[in-house]
Every structure is written in structure tokens, then in C-alpha cells.
Design a protein around this ligand. Structure first.
Ligand code: N2P
Length: 362
């Protein structure tokens, strides 16, 4: 009887071991609110590959993890300038394009812009691209701006205007690369400047704005806007329209809109890449290739309101999103957008220190 028990036990271990060995996994680390959750389920259903999905809301957080090594991540999504310096630091593997049969669906113009960070598009595929701008509660903004809605960075950088929003609440992205470039542009300086006098002027401007800012945070503004807890945010385009949709679903009479300020703004690209030490490389390729299918890319755009890098998805994107110039900018809007490069280490150190000073007021 005893030996029978041992046999059963051994058999169980053998079966369980086999099952574990057979389970295929991909560890994905992506920005929050950046995918249609059903897309993840569908990928698993079709491929049998389980997706372990984890999120962040800052390039700095992603970079700190990558630099520490052994993250276990198979797919990550850095923005352009971070991708650029992470490639230089040897953190990614070159893509084997033969494993990506949906490459043909990509948007040549977007991949061309990405090539500024990843020459020859060797390491990354564009996932989404977007702008940094002003998200606001339409009614509360009109009340405070004599019937107008915001259309200029003046709302943030002229303290007498920003002050009018203090009572209903202002959030700003906790993203120095966004805020420094926007402040530099507002000061009519090069948004990509490395000059410390320029950067100091930008920091001073941001420091003045801080006095009227309730919180620096890069994801909480979606719900805060949608629930009416705040009325103004410096945010990202897609997230701001997600706030619009969440308010509409809540039927709480809050209407959120988003504008690319007339002075222009930063355009960013977020990109799929495979870390050098990724444990599940084949599964990473399968996941990236899945995201590049036109119908899947369109569903992610329809769920997140971010423009994706798959040209062939455009006919499948909801018309109201496709026609929204703040999501898919027309050539005139595009001409007001700028991009920035990765900071060199000295500039990065300066920015990090100044950003802490901006946020704490010390
Ligand atoms: C997704 C935000 C992604 C834009 N919620 C910032 N990279």
C-alpha cells in the first residue's frame, strides 16, 4: 500500500513537472492604461502563451529596473530618448526581423521618426505615439477663462491664470523630460537645449507653476479628471481622452477635453523592445508580432485613444479617433510638434536635481 502511495506521488510529480515545463510565458512591462485587456486574453487563447503583465508610469522607473539587471522582462516599452540611451548602454537585443511577419504593416513615417533614436530601426518597433498637452474640465475652464477653453501654455506658465484653477485642482505629469522641453519651448528657447542657463530658466518657470499644482503624477490624473476631483492637467493625449470617456461612462456631467497648445508641444514615441537578458525571447517576438496586426493595433488604439505605429490599422480605427487632430494630427498640427534627444549624463544629473527642486520647492 505504501509503495502504491509513493508511486502515485511520483506520477503526480512527473505530470506536474511536465505541465510546468510546457507552460509558455511572456513577461510584459508596459505603461499603465495602454492596452485593450481583451487583447492580452486573446493572445493567450491563440498561442497558449501566458502573459504576465506589469505596468509603470515613468521612464525613470523602467530605466532604474533595467539598469539593475535580471528583470525577467521579455517586452518593455521605453520612450524615444530613453530607448536611445538604453540601446547605447547595451540593454536591448537586436531584433531578428525574420521573426516579425507583420513588419509590413508598420507606418514608414513613424518608423522614420523612431530612427532618430534607433538608427536603422534595429532594436525597436513603434507601439504608440502621442503629444503632451492640456487636459481640462470644459465647464470649469470656461467659468475661469471668460467663456474660453485653454489653447495656450499660458494657462500653466502665467501664474495669474493658473491660480484661477487652484480651487478646482491642477495635476502635472511627473515627467521631467516632458516638462523641461515644454517650458523651454514656451520661453522661446530650443526645447532640446543642453545649455544650463536655459535649463535653469525652465526650472525657475516650472518652480513658479508648482505653487499652484496639487500633485505631480503621471497616471492618477485620468481618474481625477473623470471624477471631477481636478479640472486641469498637463497630461498625455490618449490618457486625457480616456478621462473623457470614463466621465461619460460615469454619467456625472463632467466633460473633459484635451488641446495641443498653440505654441506647440512635445511629440513622443513609445516603443516595443526586448531586453538583452529576456528569458522568453520566442514568446516576446510572438507578442510583439501580435500587437503589429492591424486589427489588434486598432483595438488598442480604440481602447486607449493613443495613435499606434501600424499604418494598416488606420481603416479599423474608430472614426472619431481618426478624425481627432489631437490624436492623429494633421500636417499643420504636426508642424507645431517637436521631439527631443536623450540627455547626456551631465545634463541628466542637472535635470534630475532641478526637477526634485521644482517638485519640492526647496
Ligand atoms: C499610457 C501613457 C503612455 C504615454 N497611459 C507615456 N509614455
Amino acid at each position: 500500500m505504501r509503495s502504491f502511495g509513493v508511486l502515485i506521488c511520483a506520477l503526480w510529480l512527473w505530470l506536474a513537472g511536465g505541465a510546468i515545463a510546457q507552460e509558455r510565458v511572456v513577461n510584459v512591462y508596459n505603461w499603465s492604461d495602454y492596452i485593450d485587456p481583451k487583447v492580452i486574453e486573446e493572445f493567450t487563447k491563440e498561442t497558449g502563451v501566458k502573459v504576465v503583465y506589469d505596468t509603470y508610469d515613468s521612464n525613470e522607473v523602467l530605466e532604474t529596473r533595467l539598469l539593475a539587471g535580471k528583470t525577467g522582462y521579455d517586452v518593455v516599452v521605453p520612450s524615444g530618448p530613453f530607448l536611445q540611451r538604453q540601446i547605447a548602454a547595451g540593454l536591448y537585443q537586436k531584433l531578428d526581423k525574420a521573426k516579425l511577419k507583420n513588419l509590413k504593416n508598420l507606418w514608414p513615417e513613424v518608423m522614420g521618426r523612431l530612427a532618430a533614436y534607433d538608427p536603422g530601426n534595429q532594436y525597436a518597433i513603434n507601439y504608440m505615439w502621442f503629444t503632451t498637452g492640456l487636459a481640462y474640465d470644459v465647464e470649469k475652464a470656461r467659468e475661469r477663462l471668460g467663456g474660453e477653453t485653454p489653447n495656450s501654455w499660458d494657462v500653466v506658465f502665467r501664474p495669474e491664470i493658473l491660480k484661477k484653477f487652484v480651487d478646482c485642482g491642477v495635476y502635472v505629469l511627473d515627467s521631467p523630460e516632458d516638462l523641461f522641453s515644454v517650458a523651454l519651448q514656451y520661453l522661446r528657447l530650443n526645447p532640446d537645449s543642453r545649455n544650463q542657463n536655459d535649463l535653469k530658466r525652465a526650472a525657475d518657470l516650472l518652480g513658479v507653476a508648482r505653487r499652484n499644482v496639487k500633485k505631480f503624477h503621471s497616471s492618477e490624473y485620468i481618474n481625477a479628471l473623470a471624477s471631477g476631483d481636478i479640472c486641469l492637467a498637463v497630461g498625455w493625449s490618449g490618457d486625457s481622452f480616456q478621462a473623457h470617456n470614463r466621465a461619460r461612462e460615469a454619467q456625472n456631467d463632467v466633460v473633459i477635453d484635451y488641446v495641443i497648445p498653440k505654441e506647440g508641444t512635445l511629440m513622443s514615441l513609445d516603443n516595443l523592445a526586448i531586453p538583452k537578458d529576456a528569458p522568453h525571447v520566442e514568446e516576446a517576438y510572438a507578442f510583439i508580432d501580435f500587437l503589429m496586426r492591424p486589427e489588434i493595433a486598432a483595438r488598442n488604439t480604440n481602447a486607449t485613444n493613443f495613435a499606434n505605429g501600424v499604418l494598416a490599422s488606420k481603416p479599423l480605427v474608430n472614426k472619431d479617433i481618426l478624425d481627432n487632430k489631437a490624436i492623429y494630427p494633421d500636417p499643420a498640427t504636426m508642424a507645431r510638434l517637436f521631439t527631443v534627444r536623450a540627455y547626456d549624463p551631465a545634463t541628466q544629473k542637472f535635470i534630475t536635481r532641478e526637477w526634485t527642486r521644482v517638485k519640492t520647492g526647496k
